[in-house]
Design a protein around this ligand. Structure first.
Ligand code: URA
Length: 289
């Protein structure tokens, strides 16, 4: 490969979030395991191996080394069927609804093959904080630090989130923090609606198990997905809504994402107003207002 092509490939990897080697040898995670060999085929294959096949590649003459024959070009099969989102959602619901506690729900997520993000992520990021909490925070998707540590909001945005929560007298033991998807999207892109929908039954079950009174949605992607709207975050933020999710009626509000606040510190005053509203609702017992 020419050095320009190689540089372009590495650049593209960087943009896709492939920014470090995990193993010594590459692994093609999209390649399906070879289909099991039936005994009859194996026997036929052995017979072929001993008989020269007309037109088949001959072994090189002694003294010459040949490159190992490349495998016949075949279309790589995805482990995840991108064309069957409904099946993924149905499988997710069946798995999620059977989970009696958060540990069972995490185990079900670890088994789940219906969200394509799992193929490129290193770790499942389930939740951080208390298993039961009056306040549940839901963000967009794990990033690089979260993928490495297997926990939501542990990078710079998460550290700012912790400081914001501390400002209204809440610590990790008081809240339950998660995302609308449980695996890092490549290159930190926004999760697609299909990816979020495949994870949604797990999120609904998580809400049922955590039993929060208030849900705070962090950023436009989470707010649009959960409120099922195309409105932008500036229009959505700071307003209470009633949410029916996980068999519960909850008070929910959207606010600005801490990663956005890192880039746009002047917007912190809006987030501060939202957090004060959350604090007041917690103090008032989260009755509907
Ligand atoms: N941004 C998110 O939305 N979630 C995380 O877990 C980290 C960053």
């Amino acid at each position: 490969m020419a050095s320009d092509d190689l540089a372009a490939l590495l650049d593209w990897y960087g943009h896709m979030g492939v920014d470090e080697a995990i193993l010594d040898a590459p692994v093609d995670r999209f390649r399906a395991a070879p289909p099991p060999v039936r005994p009859a085929d194996a026997a036929r294959g052995a017979a072929h191996a001993t008989r020269p096949v007309p037109g088949a590649r001959r072994p090189p003459p002694a003294g010459l080394t040949a490159r190992p024959p490349s495998p016949a070009p075949s279309r790589p099969q995805a482990r995840f069927a991108p064309s069957a989102p409904d099946e993924a959602v149905m499988a997710a619901r069946a798995e999620a609804d059977g989970a009696g506690d958060l540990a069972a729900l995490e185990a079900a997520l670890a088994r789940f093959e219906g969200c394509a993000l799992k193929a490129t992520a290193r770790n499942l990021c389930f939740y951080r904080g208390a298993p039961k909490a009056r306040l549940m925070l839901i963000g967009e998707a794990p990033g690089r630090d979260e993928d490495l540590q297997g926990k939501p909001f542990v990078g710079r945005a998460g550290q700012l989130l912790d400081r914001m929560l501390a400002a209204i007298d809440l610590g990790e033991a008081d809240v339950h923090i998660t995302n609308i998807v449980y695996w890092r999207p490549p290159g930190n892109r926004t999760p697609t609606p299909q990816e979020a929908l495949a994870c949604r039954p797990f999120l609904e079950r998580q809400i049922a198990l955590v039993a929060p009174e208030i849900v705070l949605l962090l950023g436009g992607a989470a707010a649009k997905q959960i409120f099922d709207t195309r409105d932008g975050i500036m229009r959505l933020r700071g307003k209470w809504r009633t949410l029916e999710m996980g068999g519960r009626r909850l008070r929910a509000m959207a606010t600005l994402h801490p990663a956005y606040l890192l880039r746009t510190p002047i917007a912190k005053r809006h987030a501060w107003r939202d957090l004060l509203a959350v604090r007041a609702a917690l103090d008032a017992g989260a009755q509907e207002g």
